[in-house]
Each structure stands twice: as structure tokens, then as C-alpha cells.
Design a protein around this ligand. Sequence first.
Ligand SMILES: [Zn+2]
Length: 428
Amino acid sequence: MTSEVLSATKKTADTQNLRINGERLWDSLMRLAEIGATPKGGVCRLTLTELDRQGRDLVVSWAKEAGLSVEVDQIGNVFMRRAGRDNSLPPIVAGSHIDTQPTGGKFDGNFGVLSALEVIRTLNDYGIETEAPVEMVFWTNEEGSRFVPVMMGSGVFAGIFTLEQAYAATDTAGKTVKDELHKIGYAGPAIPGQHPIGAYFEAHIEQGPILEDQDVSIGVVQAVLGIRWYDCTVTGMESHAGPTPMAMRQDALQVSTRIMQEVIAIAGQFAPHGRGTVGMVQVYPNSRNVVPGSVKFSIDFRNMTDADVDNMDAALKAFIAKVEQESGLSVKLEQVSHYPAAPFHPSCKDAVRRAAQQLGYSHMDIVSGAGHDAVYMSMLAPTGMIFIPCKDGISHNEIEYSSPEQVEKGGNVLLHAMLEKAGVAGRK
Ligand SMILES: [Zn+2]
């Protein structure tokens, strides 16, 4: 073996043994969670508020301490960059969001941003030079609880909505995104979407119960489920609950319940990733002794591929046609939203899986039922997500919790997935 080959082999072996500093990652998570801390142990740091500014300032100050250069774009997305050996290569980016729900937790989003920071701090500790630059990012208004739409910053970046549309969004007090962004000092000069991305990783708590239930440390996320939302209205006729014989009724609720049952049945037919939910029901006139004259309810269908969601849609429409014919009542089905499924890139899924394998962590393929900034990034660049378990699958709740060990493992997987994509140039 020539000495050159030997040293290259050694470098690879070195980085294989590389680990993040789990304690430092945990401390940063706890420190950030102090901003907007709630009495019940959660975090309320709504987007573009004074607390959001404080959270952003803290993360940016950490990034600067780590020697990163900072770029803010016009919708307030913040990219923090560590140069590589070849800076003409597009950066390998990791991040998430730091805004929270009103009754949010310490981990949702924050874990993805701070694990990216911890990866960079670790590279600094060991003087690792990557081939491509490495960046961390936080996106503006992922949660959508103060301003709609959700995933606003990444959506503008990906060209899903225009900057003007996002700027014009108002909160319940009538304040606009544009004004609030300026007020907190995060309306930057960079044009959203013009920042190159070589690959994007997002580490996130699962926000569901599967990993914990299976006692698995790492979820290799395959895709974010596609969604169709509908409003369904069944129209019959109100009549007296006593004098009207059963056979002569036009009971809108009775017909609705048949459709509701079918929503669940269809989800079962398109297992394992099919989801069907009726979450909202309005019965008219909603009186105990009146046969319901009309019922309006919501339907939420999800699945892993657009084809599966389309098939669920077709099955629902066929069933409704049948029910209309049998009952003589009219059923109106109106689609109100549609989000395509976001399959993640094979090279990123492989990088996450290999990292977990190499580290000796239990892992499994999983899908995400919830939306993430990674959905929009997957339209622009090879994208992957890493899930870690959260206690009882609970999220968007002040008691949301992942353990220091779970957080550390997620950080280590992110480190090695990013290194695989960025390439190791050597040690400084
Ligand atoms: Zn999140």
C-alpha cells in the first residue's frame, strides 16, 4: 500500500468512528427551549414574534461561534454555511424549523436545526474538512399556527407560493408577515430559491407511536404521505322523529354514517399506509327529535404514493354513487385540498440507512403522516429524513419528549449521512 492510500484509508476509518457530542446537543436543545418556555414544560414560540426573534438570534449566535457565514433570505429563511474544500459544489444542507405551536414541545423542529448545528460543531472539533460545503438552515413559519399556509418559508423557497402571497398573510390581529418579519429584523436580502442545495436532510421526532412501539431507534423515512381533503354534504329532508315511518325517511345522517364507515374501510383496503379520517361533522338541524335533513363532514385521505391516493379517491366516488342510487339522497363531494406525496431520494434514504447500520443502531423504514419542510425540498434536491422516537408518539403538546440517548443517536445518523453526501476531504 502506498502511503497515500494508507492515509486515505485511515481517514475513512477515522470518520467512521466519529461521534457527535450528545451532551452538548441536549444542552443546546434545553437552552433554546427556555425561550418561550411554558409552565407545563413545553414551548410557545410562535413564528415572527419577539420570542421567535430571540430564538433565531440565539441559534445564529451559536452558528457564528462555530465560524459559519450567515445568509438570510427575503422570507426570513436562514442558511448558515461551513465552507468545504471545493466551494463550487452545492452545499449539503440540514435543518428544520424553530417556530412552535402555541402548546408546542422542545423537540419538534428544534431537534432538526440543533442536530445540524451539532454535526458542524463536531466537524470543527475534529478538524474535518468536507469536500462540499455543509450548511444548516431554519425555515420560517413551518407550523402555520399564526400565519397560513404551513411550511411557508420552504414553500416560498420552492416556488409553491410567491413571496407576495406569503407577505400578505395576516394573523388574527391583522398583522402581516411582511411587517412582522421586518420588525424582528429577519427580512434578508437573498432571493428565496436562489440558494443552491446539493442534498437536504431533516432529522425530526417521529410525532407518531411506531418507533417506540417497535423499540427501534431510527426511522429511515421513505416518503411523506400524499393528502386529499374533502367536504362531503348529504342532503335529505327534516321530518318528525315520531310520526315518520322508517321506510319513508330521507335521513341524511344515516346515509352519512354509511359513507363514514366506508372511509375507514377504504383506508384498510389500501394498507399499510392508507389513512382515512372523518374529523368534523355538522348535523342539521341537530335536534333530538328531528330526522336530520343535511349533514356536512370532512374526509381526510392519505397514502404513500399519489397513485394510491388516487385509487382511494376513485373507490370513495364509486361508493358514493352507489349510496346515492340506493338512498335517493343527494351527496356532494368537494375536494378542498390536495398535497402530492413526497417520496424521498434513494441516495438519501440509503445514506441514512447506511449510517444507522454502521453505527449499530436498530432502524426501520417508515413513512411520515405529517408534513415537513423536507416535502418542498424534495422537489428541488435529493432529500431524506431521519426520525427518532418520541414518548407515546405525542407531539404538538407540551409534554412532547425524546430522551438524550434517542436525540444523540439521531444526531450521529445525521452526521454520517451528511458526511457520505458531502465527502471527506481530510483533516485540517
Ligand atoms: Zn416539525
